[in-house]
Design a protein around this ligand. Structure first.
Ligand SMILES: Cc1cc2nc3c(=O)[nH]c(=O)nc-3n(C[C@H](O)[C@H](O)[C@H](O)COP(=O)(O)O)c2cc1C
Length: 372
């Protein structure tokens, strides 16, 4: 294990020259907008993880591989990779690759209460490979898992969706929280709009940083979240539509084509073993047919069993499969797979590199009119 992974280098000293942690930044048009200043909470977040920008690239299933996370980290934000379905060997290899690509702070992610993996079996291996941060969702890590992480000097965060979740995560020793609103893409724990749930979550927090997540896809959204009391913002769907993301091109194109959040729906349409886990997806043909049939339960859905694509090992991807399509799939039915998307999808109009996106998001955030 490389202990240097856990030093959480300051961006200014450890990664590159540029705006240092907590440095006062200015709005691009000072004639119209006041100078932007980091809040104390944001400064603490930047300092905790050695970041330049208070932006987290959210774990987003198979779309988030080491290339994307490293590019985000190297641009000064926090990257992440989702490891819920990865074998111990694959998870460890991905972390080693990421460590070789960046000195920045990244998170590895586990969904705790999905049938895909209720126990993060690769946790010791990824910590040994140098993962500096672990982020959980859909559950709270137990005492043993929390102790394993803290024992090696790593930190952990939990994505929560209400006040009780925040309380439980903090009681378990969470170093930071991600507060998810109902606008989020992918599996949605929340039943409440982001700014409402954030108020409740912030009321529980003492000094731990809170990232706001759900429907944020541009710098104005980040500014709004920061001014509402978040320390930083977590963006999932926006980073799926980048060059480095491993999402299938058809999926990325569908994100570009979606006009606004009304083209997404929160439903149990794409349930594949993970019963009653609501998720927000694009309203593609599979969804529209399912809705027209009266939203039937698994086993009675139209076209169930259709093969939409094929995995590299030859296994089929069936209609209603839970995992969003990645670039290793072949076949003509990818656009009918689960295309997870948050309500900010209408703000996504092109496929930038992750680095360009990070810098642009922050420039937009600084230039945005104050929302308060
Ligand atoms: C394609 C996709 C896959 C996702 N997979 C995961 C995951 O594996 N683990 C997890 O904790 N959250 C996952 N999420 C949810 C994100 O962590 C986050 O809550 C969400 O992306 C925020 O909303 P936004 O997409 O509107 O930015 C996923 C989201 C998307 C869009």
């Amino acid at each position: 294990m490389d202990k240097r992974r856990r030093t959480f280098l300051s961006y200014a000293t450890g990664l590159a020259a540029g705006v240092g942690v907590g440095e006062v930044t200015t709005a691009s048009d000072q004639k119209h907008f006041p100078r932007y200043r980091h809040s104390v909470k944001t400064r603490e977040l930047l300092s905790m993880f050695g970041l330049k920008y208070p932006i987290l690239q959210a774990p987003a299933g198979g779309s988030t591989g080491p290339e994307l996370a490293a590019a985000v980290c190297n641009a000064g934000a926090m990257g992440s990779i989702a490891l819920t379905t990865a074998s111990i060997e694959t998870a460890s290899e991905r972390v080693k690759k990421l460590v070789s690509l960046t000195k920045g702070t990244f998170a590895v992610n586990y969904i705790l209460s999905s049938p895909l993996s209720s126990e993060p079996k690769s946790l010791p291996a990824v910590l040994d490979a140098g993962a500096p941060v672990v982020q959980f969702s859909w559950g709270i890590p137990n005492e043993r898992q929390a102790a394993t992480i803290h024992a090696v000097g790593a930190r952990f965060g939990v994505q929560v969706a209400n006040r009780e979740g925040a309380r439980a995560a903090l009681a378990a020793g969470a170093d930071y929280l991600v507060c998810q609103g109902i606008e989020a893409g992918g599996h949605v724990q929340s039943t409440t709009p982001l700014f409402e749930v954030m108020e409740a979550v912030l009321a529980e927090v003492d000094q731990q940083p809170v990232f706001a997540a759900g429907g944020i896809a541009d710098g104005t959204g980040i500014r709004r979240a920061l001014e509402a009391g978040a320390s930083g913002a977590s963006l999932g769907t926006r980073f799926v539509a980048t060059q480095e993301s491993r999402a299938h091109l058809e999926y990325k194109k569908a994100l570009l084509e979606a006009r606004d959040g009304s083209q997404t729906a929160l439903s149990v349409c794409f349930v594949d073993g993970w019963a009653n886990a609501t998720a927000r997806s694009l309203r593609n043909d599979t969804f529209v047919r399912w809705e027209a049939a009266g939203c039937p339960t698994a086993g009675k859905r139209p076209g169930e069993g259709d093969v939409l694509a094929t995995k590299p090992d030859g296994r089929p991807v069936l209609r209603y499969a839970t995992l969003s399509p990645t670039n290793v799939l072949t076949g003509n039915g990818v656009a009918d797979c689960a295309l997870w998307a948050g309500m900010g999808v209408g703000l996504i109009n092109e496929l930038p590199s992750a680095s360009d996106l990070v810098h642009r998001l922050w420039a937009e955030c600084e230039a945005a009119a104050s929302q308060s």
